[in-house]
Design a binder for this molecule. Structure first.
Ligand code: SF4
Length: 386
């Protein structure tokens, strides 16, 4: 329920410190870093949720997006050892794997036959795979499944592939695009802050390179997404700083009118099996607040995703009234993070996704990767009287 009083044009917040923020939100004004700090400091989680929901409904009404997708993690062998990561293995270590190109293509074909419209392909920074491996993967999928959208490679993978191929970022992206790449997922962003970078993922490129990849992709007309991994060693101010930096690039990309970020995906840190396993990880309220604050601070990226793999289906459902308008998709297989007891097979059926959305009082909308609505048999029959 939207606690928006049309007569007085206010959204109810119980924390007096949030009233100036609420006024700016209602007036459609951009929030500052200080406003972000006030939101982070407030315990009025419901007030923050109502404000985020106000923005979400202004942008999308009750529409809540999902897609039929299949994640493919082609290798977990990685040259780096980020402390928050429980995915990577060193070559030869127990559990290390690399999929032959044919296996990646066959997995994509199977997904397309099952109705997927997108494959989401990411992996570790494999020290020995040649650039041809990636080109053959993309062109093979494009050849076998011309309709399937290929969303692949985080910014850090793009930099790695460029080093392997001895190409700069633009040339790397052009080569991948020509082979079949459709868009970029948003991983590898973590938290844009040098102190956090040096403490937790030192071997990774710094934020300037992450932004270089996404800026160049947008210049080439390649749409992308952006993540933020929260709930480890960062401060609330560093989260807000991260959001503002994303907003700045989006301003540039929107002005250039070629391509831009489609979606922000705040990722809840899962400590299990990582080198930061001693940390408690974010609570449910931190999850809800962070998702809602992302909606409020990042006013120029259309969609905020509650990624059910990281936030759980239950909390993601709740987040649909805390500013989020996207639940990701069917996923099927996800090897990057696993909660205790979860295997890599992590799947939500379309019926389950629709039920989660409807139960939250929202309208399920099946989309393609670029957020164009797909008129499926189910969505058409939902309009027919039963
Ligand atoms: S987060 Fe990515 S780059 Fe870092 S160790 Fe894990 S797979 Fe490698």
């Amino acid at each position: 329920m939207l606690h928006w009083d049309k007569m007085s044009n206010t959204v109810f917040v119980s924390d007096p410190a949030l009233r100036p923020v609420a006024e700016k939100v209602i007036a459609g004004q951009r929030l500052s870093a200080e406003d972000g700090a006030a939101l982070c400091a407030s315990r009025d989680v419901h007030g923050i949720g109502r404000l985020a929901n106000f923005v979400r409904e202004k942008l999308h009404g009750h529409n809540t997006f999902f897609n039929r997708n299949r994640h493919i993690n082609y290798t977990n062998v990685c040259a780096l050892s980020c402390k928050f990561c429980s995915f990577y293995r060193k070559r030869g270590e127990e559990g290390a794997y690399e999929m032959p190109v044919e296996q990646v293509i066959a997995t994509a074909v199977k997904a397309a036959e099952a109705g997927a419209t997108e494959v989401h392909i990411v992996g570790g920074l494999h020290p020995w795979l040649k650039f041809d491996y990636y080109l053959q993967m993309l062109s093979g999928i494009r050849r076998e499944c011309p309709q399937l959208h290929i969303k692949a490679f985080t910014a850090i993978e793009i930099i790695h592939l460029g080093r392997v191929a001895r190409l700069n970022v633009r040339e790397t992206l052009e080569a991948l695009r020509d082979a079949g790449l459709g868009s970029l997922p948003g991983g590898g962003a973590e938290i844009f802050d040098d102190r956090v970078h040096d403490e937790v993922f030192k071997g990774k490129v710094r934020e300037d390179r992450w932004f270089e990849v996404h800026r160049t992709a947008h210049e080439l007309g390649i749409y992308s997404n952006a993540t933020m991994l929260y709930g480890h060693v960062e401060t609330p101010a560093q989260r807000i700083g991260h959001m503002i930096k994303l907003r700045q690039l989006q301003d540039e990309s929107l002005a250039a009118k070629k391509a831009c970020f489609n979606c922000v995906i705040p990722l809840s840190f899962i400590p299990e099996n990582s080198e930061l396993g001693h940390l408690p990880g974010p609570t449910g309220l931190t999850d809800l607040k962070t998702l809602a604050i992302a909606r409020l601070m990042i006013d120029n990226i259309a969609h905020i995703k509650a990624f059910w793999i990281m936030q759980t289906p239950q909390l993601s459902q709740l987040a649909l009234n805390w500013g989020c308008d996207d639940l990701d998709g069917t996923v099927v297989w996800y090897d990057i993070t696993k909660r205790e007891g979860d295997g890599v097979h992590q799947e939500l059926g379309v019926k389950d996704i629709r039920r989660l959305i409807r139960e939250a009082g929202k309208t399920p909308v099946e989309r393609d990767t670029l957020y164009r609505e797909l008129k499926t048999r189910e969505s058409r029959s939902a309009l027919q009287p039963t």
